[in-house]
Design a protein around this ligand. Structure first.
Ligand code: ADP
Length: 450
């Protein structure tokens, strides 16, 4: 284009010079005028075309830049001209490509972060400087009972209507320091929550609220406290009797032959009780410490039932109780041998304890759907329906006095339950008061995976 403009300018100059010096007649003036006009046209047309192409390129560039400003990064701008406008179009295209790439990366990072936060077991809520929810993961929604997808943009206190939590967030926001509170969440499913609220670090303004569900931990703590209280109580009673008997003997009863015997018997009896209790506690601690059986093997059920029945025969005969086994198929259980012995001993021992004289106890076994079962039934006192779900708890007894009198520790069934579970099985009970009880142990017949 610049070359064409130069050519046009030279033509005009030549025409003027020629017009002035050579043509002085009217005809000559006309000729000169026509010549000048054609020269002017020859110059103007390319110029108009060039200007039009440039303004078209500028229009396209403006349109593309407006698109970029509106967030439309896909697409390119092409201009039908060269030079600086083409270079500008290339720069705009490069800019939009780079911005689109960066935005893509940001979106991928945002999704990854959202994925990580939604996978957390903790609830996480992010608030802006006006306490509006910017982000809340699904766990926060389930713990604080609000729909996280519909909470974004709303004020935290509008969404979470529990005073203690709102106060904690407000407090941390005003102090610009982290705050923590343990909260008993009152709702249809009450929970123990630990809630942390902390101002965002760095240049960001706003808060982060993290919620931990402590319900299981608190329940375990409570169970542990109850267990310690129960153990102390169980140890205290026999120790008190032993202490009182020994003191009475020291104070002079030792000289009296009739009294001496009575107090010594009491000491022996209570020491036996303490001994049994400590053995059961140690057994329970050992079993609870093992998540899996140490040495499982194919245990022959009929052999073990036969041996267990023989071990208890004398005690059963002392109460004139009929104790026998009903022979079942020759099955094996995949379990620890000692565990099978302890479970059978505890169940037969209970059956003898809680069956009045001249009663009957039977032990049966069999297999069903890959599982070996063992059943100990008695014609004893039975267990009320209300107590049945709790008898496998540690120290739970239907009749405390009777259990103690019979030398019970309150731990026998808890030991059976833990042993059955550790060996991949279960134990259950059914009973009718005054008619008798049946305890069923189920164990895997084969190693897992076979
Ligand atoms: P304990 O040492 O008191 O027998 P267990 O844990 O073995 O403790 O049993 C818990 C409670 O379950 C017993 O105190 C008793 O009330 C009840 N129980 C267990 N076995 C029987 C049974 N065969 N017949 C009736 N009650 C039973």
């Amino acid at each position: 284009m610049p070359r064409r403009i130069l050519l046009g300018q030279s033509l005009i100059a030549a025409t003027c010079v020629a017009g002035v010096s050579l043509f002085a007649t009217p005809g000559a003036y006309l000729t000169a005028g026509l010549l000048g006009l054609s020269a002017a046209v020859a110059v103007a047309v390319p110029t108009i075309l060039a200007v039009r192409a440039s303004s078209d390129a500028i229009r396209r560039l403006t349109f593309r830049v407006d698109q970029l400003a509106a967030g439309e990064f896909s697409g390119k701008v092409y201009v039908g001209v060269g030079g600086e406008l083409r270079a500008l179009a290339q720069s705009v295209n490069a800019l939009s490509e780079a911005t689109a790439g960066r935005l893509d990366q940001l979106e991928r990072d945002r999704r990854r972060l959202a994925g990580i936060l939604s996978g957390l077991v903790e609830g996480v809520v992010a608030l802006d400087a006006e306490d509006r929810i910017v982000f809340a993961n699904a766990r926060a929604g389930s713990l604080l009972e609000f729909p996280p997808d519909r909470a974004v943009g709303r004020k935290f206190w509008e969404v979470v209507r529990q005073r203690t939590v709102d106060e904690l967030v407000r407090d941390a926001s005003m102090a610009q320091e982290p705050r923590r509170a343990d909260i008993d969440w009152q709702s249809a499913s009450p929970r123990s929550l630990a809630v942390y609220a902390a101002p965002l670090a760095g240049d960001a303004t706003g808060m982060i609220v993290v919620i931990h569900d402590m319900t299981d931990l608190r329940r375990l703590e409570k169970l542990r406290q109850e267990f310690v209280a129960n153990v102390s109580h169980e140890l205290k009673t026999p120790l008190a009797v032993i202490k009182a008997s020994a003191e009475t003997l020291i104070d002079g009863a030792v000289e009296d032959v009739a009294y001496r015997r009575k107090f010594l018997d009491q000491i022996a009896e209570q020491s036996d009780r303490l001994h049994a209790l400590i053995l059961d506690l140690l057994a329970l601690a050992r079993i609870e410490g093992n998540a899996v059986p140490a040495e499982p093997a194919a245990v022959s059920v009929d052999e073990h039932v036969g041996a267990a029945v023989e071990r208890h025969r004398i005690r059963a005969e002392a109460k004139q109780i009929e104790l026998y086994q009903i022979a079942g198929p020759a099955v094996t259980a995949w379990a620890e041998e000692e565990a099978v012995e302890v479970m059978l001993d505890n169940l037969i021992d209970n059956a003898i304890k809680y069956t009045p004289e001249k009663g009957r106890i039977t032990v049966k076994w069999g297999d069903q759907a890959g599982c070996t079962w063992l059943e100990v039934s008695d014609s004893g006192v039975g267990i009320p329906e209300a107590d049945l779900p709790r008898i496998f708890e540690r120290f739970y007894r239907v009749d405390k006095a009777r259990s103690r009198e019979l030398g019970g520790t309150g731990l026998g069934l808890a030991i059976v339950k833990h042993l059955a579970q550790t060996n991949g099985g279960s134990v259950s009970a059914r009973s009718a008061v005054g008619k008798g009880s049946t305890f069923t142990i189920k164990l895997p017949a084969m190693p897992p995976g076979r």
